[in-house]
Design a protein around this ligand. Structure first.
Ligand SMILES: [Cu+2]
Length: 479
């Protein structure tokens, strides 16, 4: 119960209040302590031992200002090595938090310090990049304000999504590697349940393609700010007020559809970076991506669920926005109909508010997303990390990655240390969103462009944790 209350303070209440507190810059660049800790939470009436990242005052993650240097001491109190990645942020490479790429892990009982200027405001997050700790909920919001977001007359609500399992992720991974025993370990046998689910489709979504694999892992629950729909977080909102939802997909292996029900929202940023606003009720959100959605609330005493439905399934999680006197009714944790697979239908319509300056690429890397479900090996150009040929770039170059997915699963591809722009889907050029993570569905090619402006050695990988752990990763290095 203590955990739950503390998380509430960290997610809803403090964030709402942060809009009226003075910018951190006014207080000087003080050191923030973040602690990696063990904790117990209750999920579906059962206790689970998981991890977390929070400040000594109980706040999960960090809310800061772009004008303030990121000055953090990360204390490791989980009794095993760890390292935390500041996802979407562009630090010097040695502070990027990828074990053995940026720095060695922090040993148990010790700490590491971080100090670098921030470049962008927006919705980011932090997560362990060590072993399977991310699956054990070692994730937290990283919200970076600017003067405009602090001034905005809106209530900010952060929703961190998770997929949750009572099982040890090491065992889940081992079972995936041995398909014959997968059913015993509770995996989805190569996404068969996903295939069933995807046959039903969902209003507004494209028809599912045959032969697609979704959802390798059969999870016990899906969480929004650590809670299921049996006992969701209820955030008090002002009737007729304006809300900014900062949705973070912190799941290890699950894509979702954000579903606002009868509400319409205006998508104003993806992965922290502004897009030309798009109005809709349903938005896809792949693993590791973020959505900033502005919602004008109706007048009247309404309870408004903000839901996230698993791709290809009926399972969902979420929170409730409730007016002070609204009656909150129980929400079915199963949607009426299964969703389809995530597509790039929304991606195609996104336009960066501040795109890259148009420029012909100085260097193009062509990357086939490869792998096999048979023994659960995922790779890039048929190479598994660390037995890969690192990708060279040179400072000052405009670089493009052309990623072609030859596999039956989609892959949320993430590049560290840079912000890229999605510039082509299946060869059709356009001025798409600025992002750090883009989904590449099966039989699809996605091109992103970035300016090589942050020298060092950077991780580039599929953000499905089990795909990454099986080798779907590489490094980018500056020549
Ligand atoms: Cu993948």
């Amino acid at each position: 119960m203590l955990d739950r209350r503390e998380f509430l303070v960290g997610s809803g209440a403090v964030l709402a209040a942060s809009a009226i507190t003075p910018p951190a810059s006014a207080q000087g660049a003080q050191l923030t302590i973040l602690r990696a800790e063990k904790r117990e939470i209750e999920v579906l009436g059962k206790s689970a031992r998981v991890l977390r990242i929070r400040q000594p005052n109980g706040q999960a993650g960090l809310i800061t200002d772009v004008s303030t240097p990121f000055r953090v001491r990360l204390e490791n109190e989980i009794g095993e090595p760890t390292l935390v990645h500041w996802h979407g942020v562009t630090p010097p490479w040695q502070q990027d938090g990828v074990p053995y790429v940026s720095a060695p892990p922090i040993t148990a009982g010790t700490s590491a310090s971080y100090d670098f200027p921030l470049t962008f405001s927006g919705t980011y997050w932090m997560h362990s990049h060590q072993e399977f700790q991310e699956q054990q909920l070692m994730t937290a919001p990283l919200i970076i304000h600017d003067a405009e977001s602090r001034r905005a007359d809106q209530q900010e609500i952060v929703v961190l999504l998770h997929d949750f399992t009572f099982r040890n992720p090491v065992e889940i991974y081992a079972a995936l590697k041995k398909p014959t025993t997968a059913s015993n370990a509770g995996t989805n046998m190569g996404g068969m349940s996903g295939m069933t689910g995807s046959m039903n489709g969902m209003g507004g979504m494209s028809a599912p393609a045959a032969g697609m694999d979704l959802n390798d892992v059969a999870y016990d629950a899906f969480l929004a700010n650590d809670r299921t729909l049996d006992d969701p977080e209820i955030v008090r909102v002002e009737p007729g007020g304006r809300v900014l939802l900062r949705i973070i997909n912190g799941a290890s292996a699950s894509n979702f559809f954000l579903d606002l029900g009868h509400l319409r929202g205006e998508l104003v940023a993806v992965d922290g970076h502004a897009v030309r606003p798009i109005s809709a009720s349903v938005f896809p959100i792949a693993i590791a991506q973020r959505l900033d959605v502005r919602v004008q609330l109706p007048k009247g005493q309404a309870a408004l669920p903000v839901l996230a439905t698993l791709e290809g399934e009926r399972k969902r999680t979420g929170i409730v926005l409730a007016a002070p006197n609204a009656k909150v009714v129980k929400i079915d944790p199963l949607a009426a109909r299964a969703t389809g697979p995530l597509t790039l239908d929304l991606e195609r319509t996104l336009r960066a508010a501040t795109p890259l300056v148009p420029k012909v690429a100085d260097r193009i890397h062509r990357i086939a997303l490869t792998g096999s479900m048979t023994n659960y090996v995922w790779s890039l150009n048929d190479q598994t990390y660390p037995d890969t040929k690192p990708l060279p770039v040179t400072k000052g170059e405009r670089v493009e990655f052309v990623m072609t997915n030859t596999t039956p699963m989609s892959h949320p591809m993430h590049l560290h240390g840079h912000v890229f722009q999605v510039v082509a889907i299946n060869g059709k050029r356009y001025s798409g969103a600025m992002r750090d993570t883009v989904l590449v569905p099966p039989k699809t090619s996605v091109t992103f462009a970035f300016d090589a402006n942050n020298p060092g050695r950077w991780f580039y990988h599929c953000h499905n944790l089990y795909h990454m752990m099986s080798g779907m990763a590489n490094t980018v290095f500056y020549e």
